[in-house]
Structures are given as structure tokens and as C-alpha cells.
Design a protein around this ligand. Structure first.
Ligand SMILES: Cc1ncc(COP(=O)(O)O)c(C=O)c1O
Length: 412
């Protein structure tokens, strides 16, 4: 039996709530208020919007905060679709290389940025917070608007304050594979009342409540949930992925990374309907269980980190013994023979996500400084693999994953 790419942290109670709220879709506003109230403790004195996706929050923030031709800095390891959205809005983009310590933007390289730069997008990659204090000081000195991509960093803190509190805007993703999940959604946090009102007004005017769209989304969600269980995955999809990986890697990559902006068409801000009540109910339960899930993920990560340190060919990205972050992504660097090793573990039933999609200098985006070398980014690109980490992961599964990884690395 194969271990699939992901598992989704849902309890039996969540499934009960899912069914109950599909059958009883009334009184959604109350749930929305309850979530916002809970979030207000994490993001004090901020305005909060619950959106159909993180990407919509990003699109609207860029649209309302900047003008065409404004120059924006991104980390060279950012969410590719966000760079694409900036280009779609006719912004100019420059990339700044990351630090080898955590693959987040290197603040020391920010000192030299252009005088006419208007904003900076930082990504707390793999859940580990950027060096926000240094970045904030630069933003203050150079009068830059800071946007925090917190898609992966809910519950991660910098000096006791949660990410998302530092910038003009922070955007969390609550998509299917994120924590917390609403099975598809995002949270936008801002201190800017005008921006908040503009975003809320845009959503009220433009987002649909269409039954067919919501039904299609529900079917997609159910398919993903089923595929997150090893037994069902092994029956439904295991062989299909195996076939595609071997005989049509392009389609395989397209399916796995369909949401990452690799497609050539423009981002459509109206692509998803408003969140339904069952999504908000799951979100509320997830936010309530957040700390409990975090403790388990931390324990798992530390176990995996210890085990995998036995291989000289594997380096764990970020220290899982460090306090105060969410351990949402367990990512390793495979120094040599990445492809051979990942093919081998795939054949042995460990289906892990290749994380070689973050290098934004690698796409066909028009970037102002595309000729720069992005040395650190390139040295990691093509070597990153994500092992699922989730509070449902069992000791037996972790032993299997680490043993197969170590054996496959040693056989080279
Ligand atoms: C770093 C990062 N930024 C942004 C996003 C976009 O979030 P969403 O899928 O909710 O639009 C993701 C989602 O995968 C992400 O990982």
C-alpha cells in the first residue's frame, strides 16, 4: 500500500459537521463572526476578511495598493502565481535571492534595492517566519509597503507575535492541504481600513453564490479527501500517478501543481464562489484544534529529523527543534541523485511532493533583473522534497518513510 502525497487533518467530528452543514446551510453569518472573533486574538486591532482563496486576497491587495508600473520586490522563492498576478496587474517585478539558512528572502540583500521601489512581498516559506524585524526596518526606512504571504505560516510566530501582524497585509491560505483548512479559502489580515472596505465591497459585488460552482468544488474536495487515505489512494489513484510519472511526466506535474500558476492563462479573480457554511464550520474546528495539531506535527517532525539525519545525502530544511513555528511543511534537500532517489521511493510506495516549483526566475515572467544569478535559489532548486506531516501520521508510517528514504539514498 502506498503512502499518498498528503493527508488532511480532519476528525470524525469534522465529517459529522461537514454533513450537518451541507444539509443545513442557514445562518452562515454567525459562523463567520465566530471565526473572526477567534482570529482577532491572533491578529489584534486588524481587519479580517474570509475569502474563497489566498490568491484572491493577494490579487485584490495588489490591485488596490499599487498602480501600474510600480516596482515590487519578491523573494526569488515565492509562490509563482503571485508573481504572475503582479505582472497581470502591470506591475514591474524584481526578485531578491534567499538566505541559505531558511530559504526566505535575505534581508541583507534588501539594503541595495532601487529608490523607486514601492512594495515588497515576503513569503514565510514552508511555515518558517522570515527575519521580519530587519525587513520591517528596511520598509520603514525606504517607505515600502510590506505584504506577508502567510499561506503556509498560520500559527508561526516571530518574537511571540504571529506572522500576518507585521505587514500592511498578511494573507493566509486555508486551501485543502493547508492548516487550518476550510477545504478551499483564505484569510486576509490588514491594518488598512480603506483596503479592507474596498476588498469587502469587491467581493460582495463580484463573487457568486452559484450552486453549480459550489457543487463542483464539493466534488473536487471529496475526491481529494478520499485520495488522502492510503487504502483508498492505493485503489483509486496510485497506479494512475505511477503511470503518468513514468510515461507522461509533463501531465503528472501539471496535475500535481495545477494551482501554482504554471498554466499560461491569466488568473481569474472570480474563479471561485464564496465559501459555503460547511467550509466555515470546518475552518472553525481547525482553528480550535490548531495548537493540538501543532504539538503533534512538531513531535513528528522532530522524530523524522532525527531519523533522517542518519543519511549524509539528506539535509532537513529548517530546524524542527526550534520553538514557535508551525512545522506545516517537512522539507528535505537531497544533495545528490534527486531524481533517481525520488523515483526509487515512489516505486516503493512513498509518494512525496517534489518542491521544485518555487524558483520564480525559472518561469517565463518578465522580471526586471532576470539576468541576476540567484545563486542560493538555484543551488537548492531541483533538490527539494516534501514529506507529508500531519497530526494523523503514524509512527509506523514515519518509520517506513524514513527507512525507505535512507535506504534509497545509501544505495546510490
Ligand atoms: C506560499 C503560498 N502562497 C500562496 C498560496 C496560495 O494560496 P491559495 O491556494 O489559498 O490561493 C499558496 C498555496 O499553495 C502557497 O503555498
Amino acid at each position: 500500500m502506498s503512502i499518498p502525497f498528503f493527508s488532511i487533518d480532519l476528525t470524525l467530528r469534522d465529517y459529522g459537521s461537514l454533513i450537518f452543514n451541507i444539509l443545513n446551510p442557514f445562518n452562515k453569518k454567525k459562523l463567520e463572526q465566530e471565526i473572526k472573533e477567534k482570529l482577532s486574538h491572533r491578529y489584534p486591532k486588524k481587519y479580517i476578511s474570509l475569502l474563497p482563496s489566498g490568491r484572491l486576497g493577494f490579487y485584490l491587495s495588489m490591485k488596490f495598493l499599487f498602480k501600474p508600473n510600480d516596482l515590487i520586490i519578491f523573494s526569488s522563492m515565492s509562490f509563482p502565481l503571485y508573481v504572475k498576478i503582479a505582472k497581470q496587474l502591470n506591475l514591474r517585478v524584481k526578485l531578491i535571492d534567499v538566505s541559505s539558512k531558511d530559504l526566505n528572502i535575505d534581508p541583507d540583500k534588501l539594503e541595495k534595492i532601487d529608490e523607486d521601489c514601492k512594495g515588497i512581498v515576503i513569503t514565510h516559506l514552508f511555515g518558517n517566519p522570515c527575519e521580519i524585524e530587519k525587513i520591517n526596518n528596511i520598509c520603514l526606512k525606504k517607505n515600502l509597503i510590506l505584504i506577508e504571504d502567510c499561506a503556509q505560516s498560520f500559527n508561526s510566530k516571530y518574537k511571540n507575535l504571529e506572522t500576518g501582524n507585521f505587514g500592511e497585509v498578511g494573507i493566509v491560505s486555508t486551501s485543502l492541504l493547508k492548516i487550518p483548512t476550510t477545504l478551499s479559502g483564505g484569510i486576509l489580515i490588514t491594518k488598512n481600513a480603506k483596503l479592507h472596505n474596498e476588498i469587502e465591497a469587491w467581493c460582495n459585488k463580484n463573487l457568486n453564490n452559484n450552486f453549480i460552482d459550489k457543487f463542483k468544488l464539493l466534488i473536487k474536495i471529496l475526491l481529494f479527501i478520499l485520495n488522502s487515505y492510503p487504502k483508498i489512494y492505493s485503489i483509486l489513484s496510485d497506479k494512475i500517478f505511477f503511470f503518468l510519472k513514468n510515461y507522461n511526466p509533463r501531465v503528472y506535474r501539471k496535475i500535481l501543481y495545477s494551482g501554482m500558476g504554471i498554466k499560461s492563462i491569466n488568473f481569474d479573480p472570480k474563479e471561485r464562489p464564496k465559501q459555503t457554511k460547511f467550509q466555515l464550520a470546518i475552518g472553525l474546528s481547525q482553528i480550535r484544534r490548531c495548537d493540538e495539531m501543532n504539538i503533534k506535527r512538531k513531535k513528528n517532525s522532530q522524530y523524522l529529523q532525527k531519523k533522517l539525519s542518519l543519511s549524509k545525502n539528506i539535509i532537513v530544511i529548517n530546524d524542527h527543534f526550534k520553538e514557535d513555528w508551525n512545522h506545516q511543511y517537512f522539507v528535505i534537500l537531497i544533495k545528490d541523485n534527486f531524481e533517481k532517489i525520488t523515483n526509487k521511493i515512489f516505486k516503493k510506495g512513498i509518494h512525496a511532493m517534489d518542491e521544485n516549483v518555487w524558483n520564480c526566475s525559472n518561469y517565463n515572467f518578465e522580471i526586471q533583473n532576470i539576468k541576476s544569478d540567484f545563486e542560493i535559489t538555484k543551488s537548492f532548486d531541483g533538490k527539494l522534497l516534501r514529506i507529508q506531516n500531519n497530526s494523523l501520521l503514524t509512527l509506523k508510517q514515519m518509520d517506513k518513510i524514513s527507512q525507505i528514504l535512507i535506504d534509497s539514498s545509501n544505495e546510490q
